[in-house]
Design a protein around this ligand. Structure first.
Ligand code: HEM
Length: 230
């Protein structure tokens, strides 16, 4: 018997296994922050809140951001090994996986360049205030920035996962000869939502139900764009 893992198909498989492991680690924490911790924080007193910010957040954010990093790294690696597993970036698999990856890569960016820098301010502020030092003047704004980016990532996570899994498992009939209209439309929708993450409003994403509903809505919009424009 030939060992199944010691060839490029096997390497692609191991990358996929690790990718899903890190993806669970990352998105599990994302949903914990948005669905669980947020509700807890809104109904707890100031000292407990401060303890969460000082002691729990640094641990949870460590797993969260490194989960994001390794999901991203294994995902990029698989874009290179996929051809050995019989997938082509130029075919319908490519359109679906690049749609999922667009959302995934944006989410990785938001973790490392918006959420983590903002949360470092929130954590430092909680530690300073607990020691009787002055509050950080930008702490409230940093918390709001992190929340908006985190809600946007929750929104993106729903179509991201749909297309990540649809790539190899949902045979959407796609004409790949001219994909320009689809990519332009997708980049407009994505761009507006990501610009909102930089400096916008929570809107319906304020509530957990709202952000989940918007995530399913966005998935349907992208699906229709694919059906109509390709
Ligand atoms: C950060 C950017 C990401 C990139 C560049 C990326 C890229 C990829 C690629 C190239 C594949 C290979 C699919 C195949 O062999 O057909 C894949 C599969 C997969 N990805 Fe991602 N991914 C990213 C983020 C995520 C995240 C955050 C999750 C959340 C859990 C995720 C979940 C999955 C799953 C479940 C599969 C397996 C689908 C299957 O069995 O066909 N990915 N990804």
């Amino acid at each position: 018997m030939e060992l199944a893992l010691f060839n490029m198909i096997g390497i692609h498989f191991v990358l996929k296994w690790l990718h899903i492991f890190f993806g669970i680690l990352w998105i599990g924490h994302l949903y914990y922050f948005n669905f669980t911790q947020g509700a807890f924080m809104s109904q707890t007193d100031a000292p407990a809140k401060s303890q969460v910010q000082q002691k729990l957040l640094p641990i949870a954010l460590w797993w969260f951001r490194w989960g994001a990093m390794w999901t991203f790294v294994t995902g990029l690696a698989m874009l290179h090994t996929a051809s050995y597993a019989g997938f082509s970036i130029h075919g319908d698999w490519g359109i679906k996986i690049l749609t999922g990856a667009l959302f995934g890569i944006t989410m990785w960016f938001n973790v490392w360049f918006i959420i983590w820098p903002a949360q470092k301010i929130v954590i430092q502020n909680a530690k300073d205030v607990a020691e009787g030092k002055a509050a950080h003047p930008g702490a409230v704004a940093a918390g709001a920035r992190a929340l908006l980016a985190s809600r946007t990532n929750t929104l993106f996570s729903i179509p991201m996962l749909f297309y990540m899994v649809a790539a190899a498992h949902l045979p959407i009939v796609i004409d790949t000869s001219n994909t320009m209209a689809y990519w332009v439309a997708l980049l407009i929708v994505w761009g507006v939502l990501q610009l909102n993450a930089f400096k916008g409003k929570l809107g319906p994403m304020t509530s957990v139900n709202g952000v989940i509903s918007c995530g399913f809505g966005l998935t349907a919009v992208v699906y229709l764009m694919m059906e109509i424009l390709l």
